[in-house]
Design a protein around this ligand. Structure first.
Ligand SMILES: Cc1cc2nc3c(=O)[nH]c(=O)nc-3n(C[C@H](O)[C@H](O)[C@H](O)COP(=O)(O)OP(=O)(O)OC[C@H]3O[C@@H](n4cnc5c(N)ncnc54)[C@H](O)[C@@H]3O)c2cc1C
Length: 415
């Protein structure tokens, strides 16, 4: 049996496209046959993990500036389905949303499952057939449109939408399938690298504070020149650094990692609200507190274990020394480490730890007004498989929804 449309991939973009297609059909009172093929046992595995299970589904401040790669695709998508339209769309399918001060949008229930269930239930109610455990491994053009191959068996469709996502987080369904499906058809892709990912650094001191979170500032410098800086939560781990601030600038480290030219260093400011002189004065004052050893010099200003590690990095030792033996020069060294703890970056945790893939199918291959592949009639691609990646904060899901809308609109126009 031939379908009017086959959607490959039941993630954020594929499920949203299924609903958009169903809504367009209902509006025009036509009954096209739409089939969604998903590789996993269930649809939306990655979606369930988003925002630590709370699903940061959009950001009311999103503009093309929050994205990297082919921005013309982003501009077209965000114009077609704006943030307002997106929130209205979710409202129509039963997801009430809440907006945080920083613009991040979540389902009111703060459950990613609510977003997934609402999309899936709505798609099915609109007549879309969903089949799981169907890994698409080849696309071939045919008389009516396309043959979509699953383990040697072809499905036929007039139009096909590729929504298979990117290579990030393979444990959650991330794969390179989409790049291969489309490069086999002659499409070009840009180099791939992980983004929104943890950093590996020199671990001599970091390991001692693993599991501790600080609200600080991190900057990345390449051969001493600042590439990016972020303020927010930094988490120490046994391999290096994680947490929102670190993930937020990790794209620069991943880009460096694939070329490995020059020395990349991370610089931590553990007390960004303090200037160095006031900090130095306060450390000297703390040194005069009665009955203390260096072990507790910074306790109360920093997490105790972080404070002790700072002293080790600054080589103000031994920790059993009374604090009143502290010299002005040592106070200066301690303040310097607190304001600028420098760590050699050795790489990232790769696609396994990444939330998103930077790079993908080259924007030159795609018509931004329809998300159709320029060299192929009836074939469309949306979401993370394209050369678009957003910063941390709801931008990647927003591109999934908006690009899905553009493609669904174009596909429905051919019915
Ligand atoms: C842990 C984590 C947290 C995240 N949190 C957020 C967040 O809070 N906010 C945000 O904006 N972004 C977040 N992201 C990023 C966001 O989830 C993705 O950018 C988004 O899901 C991409 O949508 P997509 O539909 O293109 O791909 P996906 O959602 O990955 O969906 C692709 C689907 O295609 C299926 N598939 C793959 N290959 C085949 C094949 N050959 N045949 C059939 N099916 C196939 C996959 O199994 C998958 O279900 C997070 C990512 C991760 C990993």
């Amino acid at each position: 049996m031939g379908y009017d449309c086959i959607i490959i991939g039941g993630g954020a973009a594929g499920l949203a496209a299924a609903v958009f297609l169903g809504q367009a059909a209902a509006k025009r009172r036509v009954s096209p046959s739409v089939l969604l093929l998903e590789k996993g046992q269930r649809v939306g595995k990655k979606l369930l993990a988003t925002g630590n299970g709370t699903c940061n589904l959009s950001n009311i401040f999103a503009t093309e500036k929050d994205y990297h790669g082919d921005k013309n695709l982003v501009i077209s998508a965000l114009k077609a389905l704006t943030i307002e339209d997106t929130l209205a769309f979710f409202h129509t399918i039963g997801v009430d949303t809440a907006v945080r001060e920083d613009g991040k949008v979540y389902p009111h229930s703060e459950q990613a499952g609510a977003v997934l269930d609402s999309l899936r239930l709505e798609a099915e109610a609109l007549g879309v057939t969903i089949r799981c455990q169907q890994t698409v491994d080849k696309l071939t053009p045919c008389k009516v449109g396309w043959q979509v191959w699953v383990e040697g068996t072809p499905y036929t469709a007039r139009q096909v939408l590729v929504a298979v996502g990117g290579a990030a987080a393979p444990a959650l369904g991330g794969s390179a399938d989409g790049y291969r499906l489309l490069t086999d058809l002659g499409c070009k892709k840009t180099p791939l690298f992980p983004s929104i990912v943890q950093l590996r650094t020199a671990t001599d001191y970091v390991r001692a504070v693993k599991g501790i979170r600080v609200d600080g500032r991190i900057s990345l410098r390449l051969d001493g020149k600042e590439l990016a800086t972020r303020t927010g939560e930094i988490l120490f781990t046994d391999y290096g650094l994680s947490g929102p601030a670190v993930m937020g600038l990790s794209r620069y480290a991943a880009d460096w990692e694939r070329q490995k030219k020059g020395n990349l260093t991370a610089h931590l400011d553990l007390l960004p609200d303090w200037d160095k002189d006031s900090l130095c004065a306060r450390i000297a004052q703390r040194g005069k507190l009665r009955g203390r050893t260096l072990e507790d010099l910074l306790t109360g200003l920093l997490h105790k274990r972080v404070g002790q590690t700072v002293l080790r990095v600054a080589e103000v030792l031994p920790l059993t020394r009374p604090t009143d033996t502290l010299t002005a020069q040592e106070c200066e060294r301690v303040a310097t480490v607190i304001k600028n703890w420098s760590l050699a970056v050795t790489g990232t945790q790769g696609f396994g730890g990444a939330q998103v893939t930077a790079g993908g199918i080259d924007g030159a291959e795609i018509d931004p007004a329809t998300m159709r592949l320029r060299r192929h009639e009836g074939l469309y691609a949306v979401g993370e498989v394209l050369n678009v990646d957003g910063d941390c904060g709801g931008f990647n899901l927003q591109f999934a929804w908006s690009s899905a809308y553009v493609a669904a609109r174009a596909i429905a126009a051919n019915w």
